[in-house]
Design a protein around this ligand. Structure first.
Ligand code: LMG
Ligand code: NDP
Ligand code: PMR
Length: 395
């Protein structure tokens, strides 16, 4: 189906070997599907779909021109406009479940920031998310150009940015050799940390301009990056060391592909990337919370053992892991439950505290959790920030 759709679109798409359809001009799915391009669609189904999307976005744009809190309603009642939340990696797992949970409230318009448009469109449809409650915008976090294009496309929508959720991630537990992002960074840290670091830095301005009462930047962390837990002690353990590999660009040429300078290990690279995510949240809090009032938060949503995150693990693992988590560790949560948890961090009035790493107890009540020594080390947070801004071209 992807191939068929792609073949109808001559100029702006290329077809990958796997039959996936990829977008060269990421502004396409934003909105800026220009008139010229619209004319290029020969499939009426596709044309119709895209035009609907544009219609929805334009309508939304008009609707959000009003202030966040409208006091002119009858009897002086205050009404809050619909919030706009960007969720990266909303095509599956936690991101999709969160998009669904927020869209269902009718209070949120979700920008699904994803690398695979058709997969996301199908996922949104089968999750039953109403058309008027979401827009799909292309974002490939493994390319800094794509991140920058995404920011441009988002700005062209002329929507406010009220909440940004950095959720997407890749995990390569069985890779023998490293893979790399467009800029040549090892792909786990390059995608999960550096792509999000640039995205969040660029969009901070937009969050700051929003008049929504509670603006939030949320970066998904994990228990496995925290060595103060049992899960965080399953080898290979996260450890950023003195950041020598990160400082060298994680490219395997003049530096190691691992942050600490060691040999490639996909599972460790993922856990290290989660430590970077949690440190980044704290550094944002330290630098910008007081000045902007934005809430910066991270979380461990529970062990969602059935998601696409484990797609590259061996089949035996994928079969046993959910059972192990359900019946032995009891750390398992369904995708739906995890989505409700992240949706709380996006919108609950009680979760506005900044600089917090949220977790949930056995009765699904949220609490402020303790990060490991490394994941809460302010000096490391500062260094990761400074090295990362050089790598993504911000310093
Ligand atoms: C490694 O692979 C990668 O090589 C590495 O690169 C990195 O990615 C790392 O940190 C990630 O993972 C992991 C690989 C082998 O795991 C597997 O492929 C097997 C999956 C193991 C997952 C845990 C399973 C635990 C036990 C499952 C029992 C399920 C039954 C549920 C039924 C419930 C009934 C009520 O590497 C390993 O991690 C080695 C460990 C493998 C353990 C293999 C299984 C041993 C079984 C021991 C069972 C103990 C529990 C029994 C308790 C019974 C109590 C009622
Ligand atoms: P999934 O694989 O289901 O979701 C990951 C999402 O990230 C997908 O939408 C995927 O897109 C997207 N993604 C991957 N690479 C890129 C890229 N280069 N550009 C844009 N998007 C990309 O996994 P989960 O839902 O489990 O993971 C979501 C978050 O939850 C991650 O941050 C993970 O670390 C965290 N987490 C997960 C836990 C779990 O037990 N599953 C536990 C703790 C934290 P595509 O569909 O195109 O592949
Ligand atoms: Mg882990 C309370 C115990 C607990 C919890 C909550 C998790 C979560 N895990 C726990 C324990 C154990 N795990 C134990 C005792 C083992 C050895 C058998 C174990 C193994 C294990 C493996 C092989 N666990 C894993 C893997 C993975 O490949 C996952 C991983 O590390 O990805 C980086 C994983 C996870 N365990 C978790 C969670 C949440 C994961 C998913 C990874 C994440 O997103 O952080």
């Amino acid at each position: 189906m992807a191939l068929q759709a792609a073949s109808l679109i001559p100029t702006s798409f290329s077809i990958l070997k796997e039959g996936k359809c990829c977008v060269k001009d990421s502004s396409l799915f934003g909105l800026s599907l220009s008139d010229t391009l619209k004319a290029d669609f020969t499939s009426s189904a596709l044309r119709c779909k895209f035009q609907q999307k544009i219609g929805a976005v334009r309508a939304e744009t008009a609707a959000t021109a009003s202030p966040a809190v409208n006091k002119s309603a009858p009897e002086g009642k205050k009404t809050l406009r619909k919030g706009t939340v960007v969720i990266t990696g909303a095509s599956s797992g936690l991101g999709l479940a969160t998009a669904k949970a927020l869209a269902e409230t009718g209070k949120w318009h979700v920008i699904m920031a994803c690398r695979d448009f058709l997969k996301t469109a199908r996922a949104a449809k089968s999750a039953g998310i109403a058309k008027e409650n979401y827009t799909i915008l292309h974002l490939d976090l493994s390319s800094l150009d794509s991140v920058r294009q995404f920011v441009d496309s988002f700005r062209r929508l002329e929507l406010p940015l009220d909440v940004l959720v950095c959720n997407a991630a890749v995990y390569l537990p069985t890779a023998k050799e490293p893979r790399f992002t467009a800029e040549g960074f090892e792909i786990s840290v390059g995608t999960n940390h550096l792509g999000h670091f640039l995205l969040a830095r660029l969009l901070l301005d937009d969050l700051n301009k929003s008049d929504y009462p509670s603006r939030r930047l949320i970066i998904v962390g994990s228990i496995t990056g925290n060595t103060n837990t049992l899960a965080g002690n399953v080898p290979p353990k996260a450890n950023l060391g003195d950041l020598r590999g990160l400082a060298g660009g994680l490219n395997g040429l003049n530096s190691s592909v691992m942050i600490d300078g060691g040999d490639f290990d996909g599972a460790k690279a993922y856990k290290d990337s989660k430590v970077c995510n949690m440190l980044t949240m704290q550094e944002f809090h330290k630098r910008y919370h007081e000045e902007t009032g934005i809430t910066f938060a991270s979380l461990y949503p529970g062990c969602i053992a059935t998601t696409g995150l484990f797609r590259e693990h061996v089949p035996l693992f994928r079969t046993l892991f959910p059972l192990f988590q359900k019946y032995i560790t009891k750390g398992y949560v369904s995708e739906e439950e995890s989505g409700k948890r992240l949706a709380q961090v996006v919108s609950e009035p009680s979760l506005t505290k900044s600089g917090v790493y949220w977790s949930w107890n056995k009765t699904s009540a949220s609490f402020e959790n303790q990060l490991s020594e490394e994941a809460s080390d302010p000096e490391k947070a500062r260094k990761v920030w400074e090295v990362s801004e050089k790598l993504v071209g911000l310093a």
